[in-house]
Design a protein around this ligand. Structure first.
Ligand code: ADP
Ligand code: MG
Length: 697
């Protein structure tokens, strides 16, 4: 790096500093009001902004602009238009109007809409989201936009997130008034998404059709060494990885992303990048951008970045810890308990609102992280289990118990003792960590650890926001009659006690990976949806439809559409995976196995001719022959099952068939293949092995 970080940081972003410098004062002021208070933007202002944006983008080498949106495909979408316009004498000028900035009109029919759009009525609109940042990348000006249908139904992930943030702000401001806060006018939700990923060598990747087509290995015997020594977590960075991460940081910084932490993760070849948190809207856009940049920068280093939730069986998968909180415009983090949580009634009420909400809407939380990829993680003994529960830590737990039991809690501040005088002393944190909880309090925020590494984080955030809207409203309605009265505190505590008695079951501080917890959770009546096909149907449960409609996030047909899109995507993913397996098995793995059997058989014949024992070859050939028969049988079976699955009409029924039949046969085939792999000479196995891939960089 030749330049200093502050020089690089945000150099490709049309941020506040650039706006202030380049926009006329009145235009800047209006734009800020739109960005901060959601006030609508008039056309003359939009024109002035567009013009300044264009001049700035041209200086950065841009020739095009694109509305950048997040359709239900799971990736981002962009269509580039040049700034070019005809001028006199056969010349060209560069033009960009407010209208082009504010609105675009991509054909909506090729994006998943869950039946909301017919191909015959394909009109869709993109509309500029001024609360996020425009930026320049690869010669284009990127304009973050929402994506809606001609009739105004949402076709993307950003719209519901913005709707949820708007609703939450209103509800939360009213809630804060209860506690005498008259200054706050706006509350925003914040997010810091810790992104896990794998890095492997591009040359290996290119030899694996499963990685190319599905993003994960469908075959592969476990190497003799996995992650059992815990020697990879926080290990020193190998040179190629260090070079990659340095390059990645520089690129992320130039795009205004505060990439903060980088380290090796638990599994070999696994790493993490965490940015500094920001508003949920910007944080979501930036995470989408970060994932794209991570993949592109890897290619420059002859590497491939795998964002799939489970690229390799037998070692940890990747998640995206969604750190969530709320902050008010008077500078409070609403989840900060302060030094004396017992005295912080506002915090305790918010905490109880979350406890009540997570318990009542555990199904929504679970399905917000459901995907084909994440099915491999949740419930395995590494990621949080598929059961939603909350971890609060010792101190908060004791505080809540005191409320429930009408006893007095004494705040315990203890200093941390290391036993070496020369070392600085520091106060002990009030909570320990719990790495096995799906929804853990970590001192001043909640960490939702279920989200899959490749997922867009909008969905978990807008559903969580919706839940919080409902619970803060519920508390507000109950408590408003007592606001300002001398009974207020007593009434609050009474209500908290009631809520805790009813919803305590959602709190679990033990080991979420254990068998005992599964049984215990069932006893408590907590839902356990191991797969997306079990979780997704609950999207349209009456209480959930009511909740999402009440806060203007979705109408019923929008929810139905989302549910269908997610389930269809699941079926399609499994179809592609199964067919990739069949192809690899039939055209690579089985022929290689048969070749080797033939080689062994030839050796047996030759050795017999000259009268020496061929017992070893004979035995291996026999075993491999049986396995090859089973392998061949599994290929035909899987092919038939997939065909049957494809003929099923109902979306839910089809997804269930994929889960309960196709998926099971895929596992059987893999077991056979992995057994064969272990018996074959490395040189005869046609695809790179796990050891080669995960210990190579
Ligand atoms: P840990 O390993 O403890 O989870 P990391 O530094 O890897 O810590 O990640 C913590 C994440 O939480 C960071 O992205 C950080 O910015 C984010 N975070 C911190 N405070 C908040 C907050 N108030 N709201 C949302 N996210 C937050
Ligand atoms: Mg974390």
């Amino acid at each position: 790096m030749t330049k200093q970080v502050p020089e690089i940081f945000g150099c490709n972003v049309f941020n506040e500093k650039v706006m202030r410098a380049r926009l006329p004062k009145s235009v800047f002021k209006k734009l800020m009001q739109t960005m901060q208070n959601g006030e609508p933007l008039d056309m003359p202002t939009a024109d002035a902004v567009a013009n300044a944006m264009k001049d700035w983008a041209l200086e950065k080498g841009a020739t095009h602009y694109t509305h950048w949106f997040q359709p239900m495909t799971g990736s981002t979408a962009e269509k580039h238009d040049s700034f070019i316009a005809p001028a006199d004498e056969g010349m060209a000028i560069m033009e960009f109007s407010g209208k082009a900035l504010v609105k675009g009109e991509p054909d909506a029919s090729s994006f998943p809409s869950g039946g909301l759009r017919q191909t015959s009525s394909a009109r869709g609109y993109t509309a500029w989201d001024p609360t996020s940042n425009c930026f320049v990348k690869g010669g284009s000006l990127y304009i973050p936009t929402v994506f809606v249908s001609y009739t105004g139904e949402t076709l993307d992930k950003k719209t519901p997130l913005l709707r949820s943030m708007q609703a939450l702000s209103k509800v939360a401001v009213r809630f804060l008034r209860l506690f005498g806060n008259e200054r706050v006018t706006r509350v925003t939700t914040t997010v810091g998404a810790e992104q896990e990923y794998f890095i492997i060598d591009k040359a290996m990747y290119d030899q694996r059709e499963d990685l190319i087509l599905c993003g994960r290995t469908l075959f592969g015997a476990k190497p003799p060494k996995g992650q059992e020594l815990d020697d990879q977590y926080f290990a020193n960075l190998r040179p190629r990885i260090a070079a990659y991460m340095a390059d990645l940081d520089e690129e992320l910084w130039s795009l205004g992303i505060y990439s903060k932490t980088k380290h090796n993760e638990v599994a070999p070849a696994q790493h993490e990048m965490a940015p500094i948190f920001t508003t949920s809207n910007l944080g979501t856009d930036q995470n989408e951008l970060a994932m794209e940049v991570m993949e592109k920068v890897a290619l420059r280093h002859g590497l491939v970045c795998l964002l799939h939730e489970k690229p390799f069986e037998g070692v940890n998968g990747s998640g995206k810890h969604n750190n969530w909180s709320m902050s008010s415009d008077d500078g409070q983090n609403l989840l900060d308990p302060g030094d004396t949580p017992m005295e912080n009634l506002q915090f305790l009420t918010i905490l109880c609102a979350l406890i009540k909400g997570v318990d009542e809407y555990a199904d929504l939380m679970r399905l917000s992280a459901a995907s084909a990829g994440n099915d491999h993680r949740l419930g395995a003994d590494e990621a949080p289990p598929a059961i939603i529960s909350m971890f609060l830590g010792e101190e908060l737990d004791a505080v809540l118990r005191a409320i429930e039991e009408d006893t007095v809690y004494k705040t315990q501040t203890s200093a941390f003792e290391i036993g070496v005088n020369a070392l600085p002393s520091f106060p002990k944190d009030s909570t320990d960590r719990n790495r096995t909880s799906p929804f853990a309090f970590t001192g001043n925020r909640f960490e939702f650890r279920m989200v899959g590494s490749s997922d867009n984080i909008a969905c978990p955030n807008f559903l969580l926001n919706a839940i919080v809207c409902e619970e803060l409203s519920w508390f507000t309605e109950k408590l408003e009659p007592f606001a300002g009265s001398e009974h207020f505190e007593v009434e609050v505590k009474k209500l908290l006690k009631e809520v805790l008695q009813k919803h305590r079951r959602i709190i679990f501080n033990g080991d979420g990976y254990s068998e005992e917890w599964v049984a215990e959770a069932a006893r408590r009546g907590l839902p356990n949806y191991p797969s997306i096909v079990d979780a997704m149907p609950h999207y349209t449960d009456e209480k959930n439809v009511r909740l999402l409609a009440k806060y203007g996030i979705f109408n019923e047909s929008e929810i139905r559409a989302r549910k269908e899109i997610h389930l269809e995507k699941y079926s399609k993913t499994l179809r592609i995976e199964a067919r990739t397996m069949i192809e690899m098995a039939r055209r690579q793995l089985l022929p290689a196995t048969l070749d080797y059997i033939q080689k062994l058989a030839q050796s047996v014949v030759l050795k017999n001719q000259i009268g020496i024992s061929a017992a070893t070859e004979s035995e291996i050939a026999g075993k491999l022959s049986d396995l090859a028969d089973a392998f061949y049988d599994s290929i035909s079976t899987l092919e038939n099952i997939v065909n049957t699955a494809c003929d099923i009409k109902g979306i839910q029924e089809q997804a269930e068939y994929f889960r309960h039949h196709v998926f099971i046969e895929m596992e059987r085939m893999r077991t056979i293949s992995d057994t064969i792999e272990r018996m074959m000479p490395q040189s005869a196995w046609p695809i790179p092995t796990y050891s080669e891939m995960i210990y190579n960089v």
